[in-house]
Design a protein around this ligand. Structure first.
Ligand SMILES: Nc1nc2c(c(=O)[nH]1)N[C@H]1C(S)=C(S)[C@@H](COP(=O)(O)OP(=O)(O)OC[C@H]3O[C@@H](n4cnc5c(=O)[nH]c(N)nc54)[C@H](O)[C@@H]3O)O[C@H]1N2
Ligand SMILES: Nc1nc2c(c(=O)[nH]1)N[C@H]1C(S)=C(S)[C@@H](COP(=O)(O)OP(=O)(O)OC[C@H]3O[C@@H](n4cnc5c(=O)[nH]c(N)nc54)[C@H](O)[C@@H]3O)O[C@H]1N2
Ligand SMILES: [Mo]
Length: 784
């Protein structure tokens, strides 16, 4: 067996904090960024880190930010600009050829621009002229449902509340958001099973947990501040198990920036006790094995089940029907190993399950979340200290945006209270989410597309088709901080409106404003930028929404839009009236230093579900779903002569069916590419395909070989194959049959029809593909 390179240095620590961030930004930017870092995630007066949604740690008096937080801050605080002078030098056709990395490093969007088709360039426009164009266009629609209004999760609560109100007063619930591609299965299943679609744990619970099962998450890269909490839990005696097809190396050792002794002596904590290298898409099968053993051996909490739950008998029956052969086939883990893990669950008085995208982004994403919740319910692990459900959200305010009403399928309660507070009728029909919205966009159903942040086309599946569709609308409107590839496929009327970022001061006629966010554990905290805006032309998102409303609604819909944008206390007063849990918002957010926790009924064993009980759910898909997909692909592949005669193939035996997953590197925040290095995975490029060296050996392939990925869509699909490559084969300790590459470059391999049934989340984490090695001397096939 060949050795896999192992990252031997601890994660985090000073070198991690400073060296790589300095490398990627200019020095001036870095200084500006690091000054602001000292204030980020600090009680009162600082800003909440615009990176991930992991909560602030109460004990911290000093720096509570991580290497990747600094990168996000440095990205936002760049002093270079994508202004009209920049756009004058580059046509849009030229910019379409730029990489995500190049676009990211242009700098900040700094003045409103519109697309002039005659020159194929973006040119300056005044704010007033931009608003007039938008108002004229929106007023001319036959129906408000001809517009789609996307949101990305960095937008803070106050502007998010105004934005959903604006969209609903305009008359539609077409409010897709990045959640639809992220933790939607969590929101859907936890709401159904527990009554609230959010984490039941608080940060304190991590200090009391005895077992932490971490499913499909890479915190060293994506939630680095979580490492500190895991190290703390571990020190207090918790066993930590990572369930992941990849052995994520940033998880083994951790140097804590909060511990001077670590920083000075170069020492570190260990964290993860064990890695269960589940097959991609095998989590539901693994969880089925655990539950089956626990039920069979009567290791479950019967009192809790009787008092608090419904649906146990159907689940028990279903578990009995699942064979160990299928369980092993479904997850790639042996029965003996599963029983070992089940013993740990049985013996633990306090278990937390955390999860990330490795759980949600599958056709079985809803089932995966249901099975995690089932496990917690079987053991009575909700509503006691040190235990519970801990979905770890992505964007820093993605959870808050939902709470504020950014939702295409709003609860009736929200619509009713908006009507009551604003005396304005609200649209009742549900709107489009990311997937159904993209399909409708491609089908030509929308005349206007608006994005409050984000990079819709690139983050979604079928990127090229969405970009193409955007060129055929009547108007696209982008509110953002950085130029990205969704903005570069303009329709007849395309506007980019630059906004202030989280790090920048918002000063209005009423003085300096602060906003709020909700972290991944339902804590509402304030955030106040402290930097001078990168350009005087920028407006706050709240101001942009207020201006749009003032231009679009002649009667201003009797809502004081401008007062709201000038004084965020006015917005908060409305939020207090319209959204439950926010009573006395203005007072409470000022009173308590670290903000306040939103009441979470399930924490108190109050179940706001359809029958007033916590609900067990039986999975919808067979636990062998992925294995069956692969078997089917293998058999159709054998009959398919087209593939084997493809010009770039060397030998038929070099091909095999694989399960592909897409992940984030250490040098990106979603579609914003900061650099090419993924320190913990030993690569300094992004066009890589990770594979286990044993698999390479078996195929006679070498690291550094070039491979093409082909995804065959179903036979009845009009486009039958998607091809990506060539990618460089790179060694990784990853499960058998599994390969991984980076998001978002691979997004055209995914299609809009392959998603979970209820949440509609695209299957970014498991898709069946064929790999072909290409000769170094062969002309490469064009990536399709
Ligand atoms: N620095 C940085 N921070 C970020 C982001 C970023 O891009 N950069 N993005 C933010 C956002 S929006 C989000 S949602 C979060 C994402 O945070 P994570 O959920 O950690 O994100 P990913 O890197 O997509 O994938 C997580 C893990 O899933 C594993 N995985 C893949 N397939 C499977 C499977 O079938 N089963 C299991 N059990 N595991 C699997 C992968 O090996 C990987 O370790 O991070 C947030 N924070
Ligand atoms: N293959 C694959 N695809 C995925 C995923 C995956 O794991 N694999 N993950 C999915 C997930 S979890 C998510 S959350 C989505 C992310 O999808 P998005 O949220 O749409 O993407 P981002 O890259 O986070 O958006 C970056 C853009 O947001 C804008 N922006 C940044 N800060 C601000 C701000 O403060 N205000 C405003 N108005 N705009 C701002 C900038 O213009 C920047 O270009 O991608 C999804 N797509
Ligand atoms: Mo996300």
């Amino acid at each position: 067996m060949r050795k896999i390179p192992v990252y031997t240095h601890p994660a985090a620590g000073w070198p991690a904090l400073f060296s790589s961030t300095r490398k990627l930004m200019d020095y001036k930017t870095f200084l500006r960024g690091s000054m602001s870092v000292l204030k980020s995630n600090q009680p009162q007066g600082g800003f909440d880190c615009p990176g991930c949604a992991w909560p602030d740690h109460n004990s911290h008096k000093t720096l509570d930010v991580c290497e990747n937080g600094i990168k996000v801050i440095a990205s936002e605080t760049m002093t270079t600009k994508a202004d009209a002078a920049f756009f004058a030098k580059h046509t849009v056709t030229e910019l379409q050829q730029w990489s995500g990395y190049e676009l990211e490093h242009i700098g900040r969007l700094s003045e409103p621009v519109y697309y002039d088709a005659t020159q194929d360039r973006y040119v300056a426009i005044s704010w007033e002229a931009a608003y007039e164009r938008i108002a004229a266009q929106l007023k001319q629609l036959h129906s408000p449902d001809e517009a789609l209004f996307y949101t990305s999760g960095r937008v803070t609560n106050e502007p998010a509340f105004m934005y959903q109100l604006f969209v609903r007063c305009f008359g539609t619930n077409n409010l897709p958001d990045c959640s639809n591609m992220c933790h939607e299965p969590t929101s859907v299943m936890l709401s159904k099973q527990l009554g609230v679609g959010k984490a039941t744990v608080k940060l304190e619970d991590f200090g009391q947990a005895k077992l932490i099962l971490m499913f499909g998450q890479n915190p060293a890269t994506n939630h680095p501040r979580m490492l500190e909490m895991l190290a703390h839990s571990h020190e207090k005696g918790a066993r930590i198990i990572s369930i992941n097809p990849m052995r994520e190396q940033g998880l083994s050792k951790f140097r804590n920036p909060q511990k001077p002794i670590h920083m000075a002596a170069g020492s570190s904590d260990t964290m993860v006790d064990e890695v269960v290298q589940v097959q991609i898409g095998g989590d539901a099968a693994l969880l089925t094995g655990l539950a089956k053993w626990l039920v069979k051996n009567d290791k479950i909490n019967s009192d809790f089940i009787t008092t608090h739950t419904s649906g146990f008998e159907p689940l028990k029956q279903w578990l009995t029907e699942q064979s160990w052969v299928d369980i092993e086939r479904g997850c790639g883990i042996t029965q003996a190993e599963i029983i070992n893990l089940a013993q740990l669950v049985a013996d633990s008085p306090a278990t937390i399950c955390t999860w990330g995208m490795g759980i949600t982004q599958h056709v079985q994403g809803d089932d995966n979340v249901a099975m995690i919740t089932n496990l917690l319910l079987l053991m009575g692990m909700i509503g006691i200290d040190g235990a519970g459900a801990s979905p770890v959200r992505g964007h820093s305010n993605v959870q808050g945006d939902r709470t504020m009403g950014i939702h295409e399928r709003p609860a009736q309660k929200l619509l009713d209270s908006l009507e009551r507070v604003f005396k304005h009728p609200m649209p009742q029909a549900h709107g489009y989410d990311v997937v159904t919205g993209a399909k409708a966009l491609i089908a030509g159903k929308f005349k206007v597309f608006m994005a409050m942040g984000g990079n819709y086309a690139v983050a979604a599946p079928d990127t090229k088709a969405i970009q193409q569709a955007l060129t055929t609308t009547q108007m696209n409107i982008f509110v953002g901080t950085k130029l990205n590839e969704t903005m570069l496929y303009p329709s007849a009327n395309n506007l980019i409106l630059p906004c202030l970022g989280r790090t920048e001061r918002i000063i209005t006629a009423k003085g300096e404003q602060f906003a709020t966010i909700e972290d991944s554990m339902c804590q509402i905290v304030r955030t106040q930028g402290n930097l001078k805006p990168v350009s005087e032309t920028l407006k706050s998102e709240a101001q942009i929404v207020a201006d749009l409303a003032t231009h679009v609604f002649e009667d201003h819909s009797n809502i004081p839009w401008q007062m709201m944008s000038e004084d965020f206390d006015v917005i908060r007063d409305y939020i207090a009236q319209a959204i439950s849990g926010f009573e006395n918002f203005n007072q409470r957010i000022r009173e308590i230093e670290r903000g306040f926790h939103l009441y979470h009924p399930a924490r108190h064993r109050v179940w706001n579900t359809s029958d007033g009980k916590a609900q067990f759910e039986v999975p919808q898909y067979p636990i062998t779903y992925v294995a069956a997909q692969m078997a089917e692909a293998t058999s159709s592949f054998q009959d398919d002569t087209d593939i084997t005669t493809s010009s770039s193939v060397t030998q038929a035996n070099e091909q095999k069916i694989w399960q592909l997953t897409s992940v984030r590197s250490h040098d990106q925040f979603n579609t914003m590419i900061f650099g090419y290095q993924d320190r913990y995975r030993h690569t300094d490029r992004r066009d890589v395909l990770f594979m286990h060296p044993d698999e390479m050996n078996r195929l006679g392939w070498q690291k550094g070989d070039k491979v093409m990925i082909t995804r065959h869509l179903s036979k009845d699909s009009t486009d039958q194959a998607r091809i990506l490559g060539p990618l460089i084969l790179t060694e990784m300790d990853i499960a058998a049959n599994a390969v991984a590459t980076y998001y978002p470059e691979c997004n055209d391999l995914f299609d809009l029809d392959t998603h979970a049934p209820d949440s509609h989340i695209p299957a970014y984490k498991s898709t069946t593909v064929v790999l072909q090695r290409v000769n170094a001397d062969t002309e490469m096939a064009d990536p399709a």
